[in-house]
Design a protein around this ligand. Sequence first.
Ligand SMILES: Nc1ncnc2c1ncn2[C@@H]1O[C@H](COP(=O)(O)OP(=O)(O)O)[C@@H](O)[C@H]1O
Ligand code: SF4
Ligand SMILES: [Mg+2]
Length: 420
Amino acid sequence: MPADTPRSNPTSSAPLLVVQDLCVSFPSRGRMIPIVEHVSFTLGERDILGLVGESGSGKSVTAMALMGLIDSPGVQITGSALFRGQELVGLPQKQLRRLRGREIAMIFQDPMTAFTPVYTIGWQIDEQIRAHERLSRKQARARTVSLLAEMGVPDPARTADRYPHQLSGGLRQRAMIAMALSCNPSLLIADEPTTALDVTVQAQILELIRSLRSTYGSSVLLITHDMGVVAETCDTTLVLYSGRVAETGPTEALFAHPGHPYTAALLASIPPLDGPRPHRLPAIAGAPPAPLERPAGCAFAPRCTYVHASCLPAPPPPLVPTGSDTMIVQRTVTDTSSLESVDPTDQTRPCTTTHNTLTEQSFSETTISRPTQLSACVLPAEGTPLPPGLKNTVPAPGEAVTTTQILSPPTSSASGGPQL
Ligand SMILES: Nc1ncnc2c1ncn2[C@@H]1O[C@H](COP(=O)(O)OP(=O)(O)O)[C@@H](O)[C@H]1O
Ligand code: SF4
Ligand SMILES: [Mg+2]
């Protein structure tokens, strides 16, 4: 168990982080180049959200923008990121520094970049703890050793006295997670935390990340390019393509019924766990456009089997509900005069008493559907013509690829998916 009780409030239903319309642009040759465009997502308490996309899709830039760690001259960050109701976009560095480490922590692909090579890892974790809490060196070291033990580091007291280069990649990553968790952050941003590790250690680190919500009450924003990692670890998935949200939704639903051709193609390239192994896994031909060459319309169009004239005009397609919707019934009291006056201090009255006194006419009832899965693509009807200059890249000559084929769910969601 952790040294301290988690600060997060498990009974609170308010989301921990609400990102809306986040845009990040960098200046280049006299103009602003959009890197991240209108990214929105919500991360609930104790949830794990997977931010997945090919290399260069803007995953790290999104995370760095949330952490206030982009210091490039002229960078423009707009939109909103409410962390427990506090706006992070535009927050002065002094306040961001107070949040970083204590409320929001980040771990990176390469722990060597997070640790200074000239100090022992124990000293560095002690300092991180002492920067945020009034503890003596001895108390801080006791916390460090207990954190390392919780992260599964063998012989933690001795390991704390080692320098980063004296540890294996897996142990360094565990030590970095220990440092990130040293002040019980409510939000952990993990940027490709397992990419540099071999498969066995990767599985152990993912298990550790999954356990953080129960032991520390932490929510995790997990950045990865591996759909297998997402399938195993995340409650919600957000697929980023060329700086824009392609699709988002509960992982299970999105994997079962991908709405966007890009998501479907990513899933199709995961090797099956059982059954016959295909001779070749389907690959997505081509590469994402460079930010300077990003088309005004759908950025996936040059690689999409279903590209069609209506996909290209600007602005890019908005996110629309896809997959199966949750139907909810919203009941609104229209006639408050029929409400019985109830003494709020009277604990003996069941709460339904008030409702029983309402007549049917007192309610207006609306059935609304709450979309659980959103996609930037509504597939055009099959057989629609291609715009000039674009061609389908996926089907081989004479081989027809139908919507049903490409959108069929993957046979497995195992790790070891495409290394994009
Ligand atoms: N400081 C910067 N200035 C200009 N361009 C940048 C900067 N940082 C990242 N980029 C560009 O933003 C794009 C997205 O980068 P990044 O978020 O690191 O991708 P990834 O999804 O692989 O994490 C890349 O094209 C990268 O070159
Ligand atoms: S069908 Fe059109 S909008 Fe949908 S992913 Fe393909 S190119 Fe984009
Ligand atoms: Mg990255």
